[in-house]
Design a protein around this ligand. Structure first.
Ligand SMILES: Cc1ncc(COP(=O)(O)O)c(C=O)c1O
Length: 420
């Protein structure tokens, strides 16, 4: 549904005045020029005003999921209300068309073929479809990263027990000097038995972006399938799916696209569609139809109906500018504390191609939990402790709803904590 249809639709459906928050998006000023646009606080304050901010604390843990801007939230309510009113008539007669419209819009956004795109509930589901559905043979090997997201590592460990596959873990350097540092960590584990390499596009623990395409090229030389967990990269970094040179890509849309909770996708090359088993049995769809992976029973379609709206909001800002702003916010605070004696930034924060909004910080003398606790209890800054064998610190994730003042508060808290 396009914006104009939504205006007339909302009047027809509700018979009341237009939803005021909808105009907030229309009221968004033209984005600033790309050069230095990331620092135009007047513009970013107008963007921020579209998000409701919590009272009593500063949220710098936006990596879990993002809140929706007011325009999407209103649209979401409207669609939920419609489905709640027309119930099974909508589900039986209009649901599939709504799913197809969302698929088409998302394929346009990701620049891929809609027939290679399954709409799933989140990255975890997307990656599990691959991990549990791949036709493994006993003795097959998989190379994963030592900092991959826990659910994916667990899924592979379960698959290892179930199918007899062997897992090998690449030791990804925390602050690589070159793409080759990272590529080598994977490449050295490839053998003739390696069937798949699993890559976390932006590592959630630290915010490090890994050179997916370069690793994929090495994998292809060895006939190895490439599965990419792009949960944090989609709609945060500007890229097209083809750029990754992958076989499978999964991501969530409730993180950086600011879509309502419970939306994600699984993309795969067409030739792989018939070879994977769906997670939920489906024998009605033809084997070469991507929809066989969408069989999950009754689901909230309003979440999917919001996808075109969320893409619209994203485009109003623009992918390039949004990526620049998110990285600027991260570098704003990291550059102010990185030289402090007891502070370490566990992210390659100075290298723009290896980072985005997320960074991980530690302070000597504080466990990750103790640092997250004092940031919250004393300074009312909410973060998340990362206590992982490969990386220990606190993850800081600003989003479009944060201000420069939020980051100043973080800098001042870290300075105080590290000097006392
Ligand atoms: C790298 C990475 N992959 C996957 C996920 C899982 O996302 P979801 O819970 O939306 O499935 C996360 C969640 O934070 C993540 O950081």
């Amino acid at each position: 549904m396009h914006r104009r249809d939504f205006i007339s639709g909302s009047v027809a459906l509700s018979g009341t005045a237009l939803i005021p928050s909808f105009f907030n998006t229309l009221a968004l000023p033209m984005p600033p020029h790309l050069q230095n646009g990331e620092t135009d606080e007047n513009y970013w304050n107008a963007v921020r005003a579209l998000f409701s901010r919590p009272e009593g604390f500063i949220n710098l843990e936006n990596g879990y999921f993002s809140h929706q801007p007011a325009s999407t939230l209103s649209f979401h309510h409207l669609k939920e209300n419609d489905i709640n009113t027309r119930t099974s008539l909508f589900m039986r007669r209009e649901q599939q068309q709504a799913i197809e419209s969302a698929r088409t819009a998302l394929a346009g956004f990701l620049t891929c073929d809609a027939e290679e795109l399954a709409l799933v509930r989140n990255t975890t589901e997307a990656m599990n479809i691959i991990i549990m559905g791949f036709p493994w043979k006993k003795g097959d090997e998989v190379v994963l990263g030592n900092q991959d997201y826990g659910s994916m590592t667990e899924a592979f460990q379960q698959a290892s027990k179930r199918f007899g596959i062997t897992l090998k873990y690449a030791e990804v350097p925390l602050r690589p000097n070159s793409d080759e540092d990272v590529t080598e960590a994977y490449k050295r584990l490839f053998t003739r038995k390696t069937k798949m390499v699993h890559l976390t596009h932006m590592i959630n623990l630290s915010g490090q972006v890994i050179p997916v395409a370069k690793i994929a090229q090495e994998a292809k030389k060895n006939n190895i399938m490439v599965a990419v967990d792009s949960a944090h990269a989609v709609a945060q970094l500007e890229f097209g799916l083809a750029d990754l040179q992958a076989d499978f890509v999964g991501a969530s849309l409730h993180k950086w696209l600011c879509n309502p909770l419970g939306s994600g996708f699984l993309w795969m090359r067409k030739e792989h569609i018939p070879i994977l088993w769906p997670l939920m049995g489906d024998t009605t769809q033809p084997m070469n139809n991507i929809r066989r992976f969408e069989h999950v029973g009754t689901r909230p379609i309003q979440t999917l109906q919001c996808i075109p709206e969320s893409i619209d909001f994203h485009h109003k800002i623009g992918s390039t500018l949004k990526e620049k702003r998110l990285r600027y916010m991260m570098q704003y605070w990291t550059s102010k504390v990185a030289n402090q004696n007891r502070i370490s930034i566990n992210t390659p924060w100075e290298d723009p191609k290896r980072c985005g909004a997320i960074a991980n910080v530690s302070v000597d003398g504080y466990t990750p939990g103790a640092l997250a606790d004092i940031l919250f209890s004393k300074y009312r800054i909410f973060t998340v402790a990362i206590d992982h064998p490969a990386i220990k610190g606190v993850r800081i994730t600003p989003h479009l709803s944060n201000t420069i003042e939020d980051l100043d508060a973080l800098v001042s808290a870290l300075n105080e904590i590290s000097t006392h």
